[in-house]
Write a protein that binds this ligand. Structure first.
Ligand code: ZN
Length: 237
């Protein structure tokens, strides 16, 4: 089981990777449950003191409870912490959540255009259509967070229409990788449609064969950590 120090490092790594890939700017945030507690570690709200997501540090992360109340930390939690807390309350299987304003997936969500399973590595994520929560408000209370969590349902990702994406998984690494994969699929779908062509949707048996024989998320995480300039000793796997 990961220690709190390791989870803080993972959140910093996730922030840096998502920033370097253009999935977040000063907005957006990752979080993770602290094992054995009803508390969540989350990137703090951006401020004059908190540095960019490329440079946010493990010590900057703050602790909140599942009501969104600040338990520990020098800085405030994000105003949209209810994206995270309401998903954790609705989904006991979810250990980590990331919220992004990633451009391609957001545009597809704005258009209610399905992100298709058309790239072999990433497609298992969208075998079932990505649900859309048709609301662009800041998710600043339980009522909005619960409506979002309801739209997510049992899926791994959900559109916040006109706003961004939330990704939920068993680990910080998988929640981050799913956001990355969704962006690849969204961009590829958009580009094929822009050519005036219909993309070939990969059938389930090809997706399942690819998933069963490809590398695991640990290897993909190591790759993205490396290209984000994270030293191997820092990258928790
Ligand atoms: Zn947001």
């Amino acid at each position: 089981m990961a220690t709190e120090a390791e989870l803080r490092q993972l959140l910093a790594d996730s922030s840096r990777i998502m920033f370097r890939l253009g999935l977040v700017d000063y907005m957006g945030h990752p979080s993770v449950r602290i094992p054995g507690t009803d508390c969540v570690l989350i990137k703090p709200r951006h401020s004059l003191r908190i540095r960019s997501q490329d440079r946010v540090r493990p010590d900057d992360m703050v602790v909140i409870d599942l009501d969104g109340k600040l338990i520990e930390g020098k800085d405030g939690p994000p105003s949209e912490r209810f994206i995270h807390t309401c998903i954790y309350r609705a989904r006991p299987d979810v250990q980590a959540v990331v919220h992004t304003h990633q451009p391609w997936a957001t545009v597809m969500g704005v258009a209610s255009a399905p992100i298709r399973p058309i790239l072999h590595v990433q497609s298992s994520l969208v075998e079932k259509p990505v649900p859309i929560w048709p609301c662009a408000k800041l998710v600043t209370d339980n009522e909005l967070g619960e409506a979002l969590a309801k739209s997510l349902g049992e899926h791994s990702v959900v559109h916040l229409q006109g706003h961004g994406v939330a990704s939920a998984a068993a680990t910080v690494q998988e929640a981050t990788l799913n956001a990355i994969h969704l962006e690849h699929l969204a961009e590829a779908t958009w580009r094929v449609l822009a050519m005036g062509r219909e993309p070939r949707v990969i059938p389930p048996d090809e997706i399942h064969q690819r998933t069963a024989t490809g590398v695991g998320w640990e290897v993909r995480w190591a790759y993205y950590a490396e290209i984000a300039g994270i030293e191997p000793s820092e990258a928790r796997r």
